[in-house]
Design a protein around this ligand. Structure first.
Ligand code: ATP
Ligand code: MG
Length: 356
């Protein structure tokens, strides 16, 4: 790997570098903390350019979004990320091996929570994303599409149709029932997505990685400070952030639980998340967004069923598997979650109304 000190020295840091140490074990990027003599601490990240093919465009997205937020908050250095440029004025550094690096200010006196396993944490998670979206509700400039076709079901169906046609692993016959499930909901999902495409449901900024560990809390007050990990910010319907959060926060079990009887939507977690989210976001939602908000978890869960099943049919080429039928178990487990959501859809809509 490229010498880390050489990398750090490319950036316009305040103070002399004292130490550079790895931080945690992120799934996507390699993260380091830079300490300086006389200056602040910084976060240095090697960006995963397999996941993000166009890092310069990604960094432009992050700068555009954080600059917008900075104009609206009381403490611009704490209430969003601050990207530090290189000495020659770029938002990233490309090393000799072709890897991309970026630096931002380390936000001090904060805490993160790993999993949303209580109602209060679910509520806080909702506040975190709701607040982020509310600050960006008037951001209308299109952002670069850093991951192609993300949450775009029309694009997924193109891949799906090809995958069925190829039947690369010869597994199609075995999963006829699951394929029938996907086909049975195709029109309903395309109907939702066509409302996004037509602009009926407005394009806004979506965070796209809404897990709780991507929200910083102020250590003193315990309150939500800001959303971080902005690599995946893109223009789409911001309802998808809610859908994705609910798919994981409000499942009664893990996404690959083989005991399908345990799977189901926890309406108490759904309600807690919505209470938090809408406390921040209700005022800036359009009528169409209000109308479709409760549908977003179904849309995102359906997409996940499709992706797991497609990977099973393809012969397990995308998701890492721990045992041969893992993708099939994930498919069935998420199908059970979808069915539970669908059976509770009217109740979910009632809950949304209550907090609007
Ligand atoms: P993961 O895959 O776990 O989401 P990642 O590779 O996407 O990780 P980040 O989420 O950007 O990396 O950062 C990992 C962790 O580092 C965060 O959860 C947070 O605890 C800490 N962190 C990141 N950026 C900052 C920052 N600017 N200030 C303080 N802490 C930060
Ligand atoms: Mg993260």
């Amino acid at each position: 790997m490229t010498d880390i000190k050489t990398v750090a020295a490319q950036f316009a840091l305040e103070g002399r570098i004292a130490s550079i140490k790895p931080l945690g074990d992120g799934f996507i990027n390699d993260t380091f903390v830079i300490r300086t003599h006389g200056g602040p601490r910084y976060i240095l990240q090697r960006k995963n350019h397999h996941v993000f093919p166009d890092v310069p465009a990604m960094m432009d997205n992050i700068v555009a979004v954080t600059e917008h937020i900075k104009k609206k908050v009381a403490d611009p250095l704490r209430e969003t990320l601050t990207v530090i440029d290189t000495k020659d004025g770029k938002h990233y550094y490309k090393d000799a091996e072709g890897c991309f690096w970026a630096v931002c200010l380390f936000i001090e006196d904060t805490v993160t929570h790993d999993v949303a396993d209580t109602l209060e944490l679910a509520r806080q998670g909702g506040i975190g994303i709701g607040h982020f979206q509310a600050l960006l509700a008037d951001f209308t400039r299109p952002l670069a599409e850093v991951i192609k076709g993300f949450h775009n079901i029309r694009w997924r169906f193109i891949q799906w149709d090809e995958s069925l046609q190829k039947d690369a692993a010869g597994r199609k016959a075995e999963v006829a029932e699951e394929i029938a499930f996907i086909e049975g909901q195709r029109e309903r999902m395309l109907d939702f997505w066509s409302r996004v495409e037509s602009g009926e449901i407005p394009m806004r900024v979506t965070h796209n990685d809404t897990k709780l560990s991507n929200i910083l809390f102020d250590k003193k007050s315990g309150k939500v400070l800001c959303a971080i990990d902005l690599d995946t910010v893109m223009s789409s319907t911001s309802l998808n952030d809610v859908g994705d959060a609910i798919r994981s926060y409000a499942n009664a079990t893990v996404e690959d639980d083989p005991d399908y009887a345990k799977v189901g939507i926890r309406l108490d977690m759904f309600e807690a998340y919505m209470e938090g989210y809408l406390s921040e976001r209700a005022a800036s939602l359009s009528d169409s967004e209000k109308q479709w908000l409760a549908f977003a978890p179904l849309y995102i869960t359906y997409e996940q069923v499709l992706r797991f099943l497609m990977d099973y049919i393809d012969g397990d080429t995308y998701y890492k598997i721990k045992y041969p039928a893992h993708n099939l178990v994930r498919t069935r487990s998420q199908m059970a979650l979808f069915r539970s959501m669908d059976a509770n859809y009217a109740k979910m809509q009632e809950i949304v109304k209550k907090y609007l």
